[in-house]
Write a protein that binds this ligand. Sequence first.
Ligand code: TGC
Ligand code: FAD
Length: 392
Amino acid sequence: MKTDQFQSPDYYQLDDLLSEEHLLVRQSARDWVKREVTPIIEDYAQRAQFPKQLIKGLADIGAFGPYIPEEYGGAGLDQISYGLIMQEIERGDSGIRSTASVQSSLVMYPIWKYGTEAQRQKFLPKLASGEMMGCFGLTEPDHGSNPGGMVTNFKDKGSYFLLNGAKMWISNAPFADVAVVWAKDETGRIHGLLVERGMDGFSTPETHNKWSLRASATGELIFDNVKVPKENLLPGKSGLGAPLGCLDSARYGIAWGAIGAAMDCYDTALRYAKERIQFDKPIGATQLQQKKLAEMITKITKAQLLAWRLGVLRDQGKATTAQISMAKRNNVNMAIEIAREARQVLGGMGITGEYSIMRHMMNLESVITYEGTHDIHLLITGNDITGLQAFK
Ligand code: TGC
Ligand code: FAD
């Protein structure tokens, strides 16, 4: 069992920008991660298993629907609080943060925003408490960065919709009770459908052999003539903009989450550099190692400022999709660079499971790919500043 010595860096006194509530929310998530996640996560990652026992704790710290109104079981918090919760969870492990991101922003959010009142009442309180788990099916085997090309489709059969197709790379799929599935109707328009476990023809095989996000369960969603009741269609929004709207919220959470992973790597490397003696002095007393550490804290501080400002803009309803893309892209890239540098500070010890760095580094390879790849987010920024689209 591991002792968690993490000390959170705050080089620019950013805590002064946070309210009492923000600090309390962060402390409760931080304490929970130290108590429940750190001691077990390496073992679960090594065994490639999702620690299901963490679901209740995630619900208790408000990680399932932090900004969903309390009347639906959410925590009713603001966007900065949501970000801080994601930061603390990802400080523990990106895979656990994934579970919370998917549940909150990709399952609860579309039900809250696009669902009927009956759908909200049926699903949201149970998703908030963790009694029910969800997943989000957008990506397909042949349509990843280009989800608009999806082929999963449904036909109106009078009293139900008949759903066919397949999704892949779906976080939480192997154990989800409900899947928010994006599929085309007979006219080619995209809609969201709530597909529930147990529906005939619906299966969720697990994806194995991942070197990344090993403590997160990933799977496929297969629809073989699934009869979906008509009341399971999300009526509030259709078109590609509907799933992309959910991604805005999840990508924002990732921009904060990545800071948590980076902080953990930096903090570990800093402590190690002060303690590890080579050539009769701490390696932290050498210019080369100080350069690495100084650059890490500079990058973390810039990422914190970006995330905080984006949170303020989101709370004011002013954040744009392109601003969110910039923060997701910058902060995940920052975290992966820091993980790689931090691992080097630890020398050979850096490759072992005694320290969290290599696990973070491998996890971040997924984080830099999902919710829009590093390249796609650059193209979103390019499109925004030039007005010229370079995807197609
Ligand atoms: P494009 O023509 O740009 O847009 C299509 C329609 O959507 C509208 N729109 C948005 N609406 C709301 N919110 C947004 N953020 C929106 N962005 C675009 C847009 O106005 C348009 O509307 P309309 O009415 O004109 O039709 O679409 P495109 O086909 O050119 O694609 C653009 C592109 C490439 C940026 C987009 O498709 C994209 O973001 N691709 C990346 C795919 C992606 O991020 N997939 C994520 C899958 S989910 C996942 O990875 C979960 S991981 C979970 C975890 O474990 O944490
Ligand atoms: P591709 O789209 O095939 O891209 C391959 C490469 O080509 C990338 O480098 C990309 O940047 C580049 N590329 C693509 N198009 C262009 C272009 N126009 N110009 C320049 N370069 C381009 N999806 C879900 O729906 N739900 C989930 O819960 C989910 N969870 C995931 C969990 C994990 C662990 C992983 C790895 C993925 C998950 N995804 C999920 C899927 C994820 O969103 C996709 O992997 C991602 O969007 C990229 O799609 P792709 O893998 O098909 O890569």
